[in-house]
Write a protein that binds this ligand. Sequence first.
Ligand code: PLP
Length: 392
Amino acid sequence: MIEQQLRVPGPTPLPSRVVRAGSRPMINHRGPEFAALLEELVNGFRWALRTRNDVLLFPASGTGGLEAAVVNVLDPGERALFCVMGSFGERWAAIGDAYGADVVRLTVPAGEPIDPEDVDRILAEHGDIRTVFVTHNETSTGVVNDLPAIAAVVKSRGKLLCVDSVSGASCLPLDNDALRVDVLVTGSQKGWMAPPGVAIVAVSPDAYARADIARIPRFYFDFAREKKYQDRNQTFTTPAVSVMYALQEGIAMLREEGLENVWRRHARVGRMVRAGIEAIGLRLLAADGHRSDTVTAVHAPTDTPERLKELLAHLRTRYGLVLAGGQGDLQGKIFRIGHLGMIDESDVYSVLSLLEQGLADVGLQTRIGLATAAAQAAARTDIPAAEPAAVG
Ligand code: PLP
């Protein structure tokens, strides 16, 4: 039997150290061992997100973190701007709808980023908007936003900024405090190399101040109550202890490698994947200059969704390579390669050569070897990862 090579954009493969850490015996979550674990984790997240803000950990998937942001900062009926580049931006806006906010959607076609000038225009048109919600890295389309430029616009107008960096944080350059992000959301199952189950939410003093007066009903995700508990190194509810042990090990691995090196590795791996895909004549969905270093979305090599399904099933059953399909309207039209968390050059060569082999097996490609050759050339053109820009 072949071992699966999981290359969907989350959950990501677990390093064996992380698996071992996640299988430790249970502890009392009101005892000293847990207090030490929580303190170390929060400090680790502060380090990786470059923030002095509180980092609240909720037992939830990333969507829980998105919901937490909405319910803590908005009033029912309040107008708020949601930037939508794909399914996850749309999910955040739908949470706003569900809680009765007056949602203004800035929607761009799949593959396009958010234009900071559009954000500025909408904020100028609607002076009553107090909060902007934006996805850092849209996992459904493989598009990364120019977050510093968007943050600069939002902050120059004195608005609250909420960022979904579920599939960006720890992998892509990000400096939470330089960008003055008020609520930043990420999830344990992505770049942190841990299983799903913990939503990580960094909350600024301004966001707490808003939460004090915001009137959308909330219970589970109440920032103020959670802060009270986490200030004492406890959590309000029973925490996801095993996932937290796994996160502790994932963060230890990030610290050993060094944050800029982690960013650089993702930049290299992203470049290799894109070069390989283009070398075999496949087209990338994301606009040039906004292609994500954690996930690549590729137009299907065939017009028929059934053939794409056949290709993905063949890769999985014959070679153990698990790639992701498209979501929503993009189902049957694209496939996605996740390259975040535990991944390095050797994994990219493996993914690309299996993809080429799979394409040949199902009759969608005749030549093989082009992708890995292009990836090799791309790996050699190492450029330093961009330092995250500050917002004045
Ligand atoms: N936002 C982004 C950008 C994501 O990639 C995901 C999950 O893939 C989510 C939000 C939702 O996270 P979850 O599936 O953990 O609820």
